[in-house]
Ligand binder design. Structure first.
Ligand SMILES: [Zn+2]
Length: 101
């Protein structure tokens, strides 16, 4: 029995605009999609509908780089805090040795 074909032409999934039907692969419907960044790719209908493909990858790259920036800032803050803690520790130790003398 042939599965019903769902026409997604003209629909938008994330950054994908579905342009036209592409050749089936392994009995699965595929579509030519254009990403909002201009990239064109054939995407499986199922991937579009279940949300597992929402862009050519530029969206993921953007999120990733944003997270990277956040991570770097966090690391810098952590390092600074560590440095400050070390300084305080040194000062305290110096003060202690001073009172011991
Ligand atoms: Zn893109």
């Amino acid at each position: 029995m042939r599965k019903e074909f769902i026409d997604l032409t003209g629909d938008i999934f994330g950054r994908w605009l579905v342009e036209e039907r592409a050749k089936n692969e392994g009995g699965k419907a595929q579509f030519f999609c254009r990403c909002s960044c201009g990239m064109e790719r054939i995407v499986r209908s199922a991937d579009l509908r279940n949300g597992s493909s929402r862009s050519c990858g530029c969206l993921a790259r953007k999120i990733w780089s944003r997270n990277l920036r956040k991570r770097r800032a966090q690391e810098r803050r952590r390092k600074k805090a560590k440095l400050r803690a070390k300084k305080v520790f040194k000062v305290r130790r110096a003060a202690r040795s001073e009172t011991r003398r």
